[in-house]
Design a protein. Sequence first.
Lengths: 533, 118
Amino acid sequence: MTSETISTGQSRTALLLPPAYRNLGKSTSLRELAGRFEAGLRELLGDVQVDLLHRPAVSHAWMNLITGAPADDGSLPDGWNGEACAVRQVGDGQKMHALHRLGDDSELCLIMRRHVTGVDTSESGIDSLRLAVTTFDSAYQALLHRQHEKALAFSLNQRLLQLNSLIETGIEIAALDSAVSPIHLALERAVAMTNASQGVVSLYRDENVIERIAFPGEYRDEGRTPGERCISAEFTFHSVRYLFMLMDKESRAGVTAFEGTDRLLLDALSRQVHASLENRYLLRQSLEKQKMEQDIAVAASIQQRILPSVLPTIDGYDAAGINIPSKSVGGDYYDCFLLQDGRVALVVADVAGKGIPAALLVSSLQAYLTAYLESAMPLVTMAARLNSVIHRASTDDKFITAFIGLLEPQTGILDYVNAGHNVVYCRRTDGTIVELSEGGIPFGMLDLNLPYASGRVTLDRGDRLLLYTDGIPEAHNPVQELYENHSPLQEFVARVVPEKAEVFIRDLIADVKQFTADAPQADDITALYLIRK
Amino acid sequence: MEQPFTLTTEVRDARLIISTSGYVNNVGGEAIANEFQKHYVSGVREVIINLAHSKVVNSVGMSFLIEIIERLSESGGRLIFTNLDPAVEKMLAIMGLFGYAGKEKTVEDALSALSTQS
């Protein structure tokens, strides 16, 4: 190929743009621009054949912008010494090359042929060609500028979209029904917001995958690890590791690297899921607690109705009782009631444990006891039956300690059975204490037909009886010292002998409260006091 | 589970209806654009894109939709989106597409709207 440099330098000739050139500014792509330019050039110069070649850099191959095909290297000009614009006549004057470095440092090569009359190689013709190429460059810069503006607007809108989507997703996750997992929604949004090709959330327990959720489609890329083409975020909740992974960020040109913003978005979305799971767990716990508190309130109400609101009047006796439940439903029970045969039943019981099961067991005891006492069966027989029915009605860890006394008011004879309960104190007028402990094992502990024994004591005038539950001797102060160790109940019974039973109860409770001070009440406090006048 | 992207086309009264299913990403967007181009060169200038079964669109897919809008705008054509999921509708709104394209609840509504505007 022969070539000769005809002219280089700045354009000196002004040229009015032909109509076709005026549409250059409407081009939306380089190829469209080339097409419009080629048409304009032909309009300007008449019957010429024009090829427009372009390459992004010297290292790239030339591309024919008119045909969209790679250019034939054999017809291309040699190097052109870095000139901004060089026009060369090639061969016998039928062809000219115009080489031009465009504003973005890419290169344009205009090849113009005119086979019959040859190309215009005059200075005017060369200037016209140079001006045409410069016009193309201006239109190209305008196109790049528009594309840049468009990309910038798109990018800004995309950022706005990401922010909006992040906020909306948080709201939607919070509003999801608790039966619907938030993972699917968060994963879909993470994939869309970051332009990932696919996302997957893997749930691990002890390094074993227990569940895998992918979007879109099924997980197709086992073994991927976080890197440039794969980003991840994770958290652990209740021993389950939630690993979010996004793969292969898309672009129009193919797969591209994830950006810092993508990592921030994924991290934010995974934290939203974490917060949602925690909130759901806390809500569930709160509802369960609320339900339990309602059940406890019902149970406490039932238990309170079982306890006597007023003790019966017993000729020749003065009786008083008290039950101070602890915060939860306790298992204490006491009662004092007249039987049809004129005897008086004195009962104190304590179920091992607290809560609704304890309250139900107390309720069972009270029902059986009331029925058995009216049947006039011997106390030991009644105790054995109570043991059996309570054993059947309770779980292995539940039993009831109880003291059941039957008093003949006129004689003062008290028959009793103590089923593993605290000893009942009988204070004689001389200050001596008799401990009432005859009986057997707590009701419901074992159903082995173990015999119960009954005891008998006679209350004379001035004698006193204290029935109580372990909430009194085991009451503790803020430093966990027991009331019994500080102030033995037996000594209190011996020492404190007011005329009225209710005064004794009041003084006893005051003494316990003074000892326990600010310590929370750990157990029910129950006492029944009887004075034979 | 989201199925792979698919689309169906129908031409009614010289109006192209493209109904998609699945993730409108690079693959989905390009498929829509190709289908549009096929009919555009044969003179179709009114297009309805029914996204009833596409709940997720990413910005690459969106860029193809924008190109379609631009092509139609240049040639005096019109595009209407229908059956939009609220999240997708918000996305198109934020990206400013409804300044250049319409939206209707259903394909039938879109066809009516195009007939009225004709």
